[in-house]
Design a protein around this ligand. Structure first.
Ligand code: GDP
Length: 298
C-alpha cells in the first residue's frame, strides 16, 4: 500500500502512457512495439533498458509468432522483475564493525537517508557511529551532528577543511576500539569544483581497506529520482571512482520519473536496497521489487 501511494505519480505517467498500447487486447505488431518503445523511454526507463526489455518481443513478432497485448504486458512485467537484481547478502552486514559508505551528489538526500537508517539500526539494538566525511561544508558537519543529537548517536568529526580520509581513519579506529556494530559514513558530493572529489573518495576507500575487510563494507550510491536521466551520469561518475555495492533511490514520492530505478539498476547491475518516499524516517522503505513493479505497472 505504501509503495502504491508513494509511487502514484510514476504510476500515473506509465499507466497513461501505456494505456493506448494496452487498452484493447489485440495482436502485437512492430508498430505497436515501436510505440511502446518510445513510451517506455519517455517514462525514464532509458534507451538501453527499453531495448533490452523489448528485444524478445520484437523477435517473436518478426518470426510471425502470435502475441497478444495482454500476454505482452504480463511478460513485460516479468522481464522487468528479472532486471531488478536483489541484494544477496544480509543487510546490514553482521561483522563488527561494518561500514556503510554513502556516496552521492549534494542534495540527493544522503544525510537524511543516513539518519533514517541510523535510527532504524539503533532501534534494532545496534551500536552505531556516524562519521562526518563531508568536511568541505561546515553545514554538512553540523547537519550530521544535529542528527546525532536527535538520535542519541555519537558523531565522529573534525573541523571544516580537514582531510576526509583522516576523519574516516579516526572514526574507524574509534569504532574498532569501542566495538561498534555499524559505522555510517557521510561523504562530500560536490561535482563541479576544481577539487577532485573522485580522488578524495578513492583515498577514503584505501583507508577503509587498511582497517576493515571489504566484505564488511557496503558502498551505497544515493540517487534522487527527480533528477531522472541525470542519475545515470551520476552513477557513471561514482562507479568509476569506487566499486559500488548498492543503490538507494530517494524522492520517489514527488516524481513521475520512478522508471529511472529500473534504468540505473539494469545499466550498472546494482541492487536497490531502499527507496525514499518522503522525508520521515518511516518513509524509507526496503526495496521490494514485486511491490515496485506492481505499483508502477498495475
Ligand atoms: P544531501 O545533501 O544529499 O545530504 O541531502 P539532504 O539529506 O540534506 O536532503 C536534501 C533534502 O531532500 C532534504 O530536505 C530532505 O528532507 C529531502 N529528502 C530526502 N529524502 C527524501 C525523500 O525520499 N522524499 C522527499 N520528498 N524528500 C526527501
Amino acid at each position: 500500500e505504501r509503495f502504491k501511494e508513494g509511487l502514484s505519480k510514476t504510476k500515473e505517467k506509465l499507466t497513461s502512457a501505456l494505456s493506448e498500447v494496452f487498452e484493447v487486447d489485440r495482436l502485437v505488431d512492430l508498430n505497436l512495439l515501436e510505440e511502446l518503445e518510445e513510451k517506455l523511454i519517455l517514462a525514464d526507463l532509458g534507451v538501453e533498458t527499453t531495448l533490452h526489455l523489448l528485444e524478445p518481443f520484437k523477435n517473436k513478432v518478426i518470426k510471425g509468432e502470435p502475441l497478444t497485448t495482454k500476454e505482452l504486458k504480463r511478460q513485460l512485467k516479468e522481464k522487468m522483475l528479472e532486471l531488478l537484481i536483489e541484494y544477496e547478502k544480509p543487510f546490514p552486514p553482521s561483522e563488527k564493525p561494518s561500514i556503510l559508505f554513502f556516496l552521492g551528489v549534494n542534495g540527493v538526500g544522503k544525510t537524511t537517508t543516513i539518519a533514517k537508517l541510523a535510527k532504524r539500526f539503533k532501534e534494532d539494538g545496534k551500536e552505531v557511529l556516524l562519521v562526518a566525511g563531508d568536511t568541505f561544508r561546515a553545514a554538512a558537519i553540523d547537519q550530521l551532528k544535529m542528527w546525532g543529537e536527535r538520535l542519541g548517536l555519537e558523531v565522529s568529526h573534525q573541523k571544516e577543511g580537514s582531510d576526509p580520509s583522516a576523519v574516516i581513519y579516526q572514526g574507524l579506529e574509534k569504532a574498532i576500539k569501542e566495538n561498534k556494530d555499524l559505522v555510517l559514513v557521510d561523504t562530500a558530493g560536490r561535482l563541479h569544483t576544481k577539487y577532485n572529489l573522485m580522488e578524495e573518495l578513492k583515498k577514503m576507500n584505501r583507508v577503509m581497506d587498511k582497517l576493515v575487510p571489504k566484505e564488511n563494507r557496503v558502498n551505497i550510491l544515493v540517487l534522487d529520482a527527480t533528477t531522472g536521466q541525470n542519475a545515470i551520469s551520476q552513477a557513471e561518475h561514482f562507479s568509476k571512482a569506487i566499486p559500488l555495492s548498492a543503490l538507494i533511490i530517494t524522492k520517489m514520492d514527488g516524481t513521475a520519473k520512478g522508471g529511472i530505478a529500473l534504468a540505473v539498476s539494469y545499466k550498472f547491475k546494482l541492487p536497490i536496497l531502499f527507496i525514499g518516499l518522503g522525508e520521515k524516517a518511516e518513509d524509507l522503505l526496503p526495496f521490494d521489487k514485486h511491490a515496485f513493479i506492481n505499483a508502477i505497472l498495475p
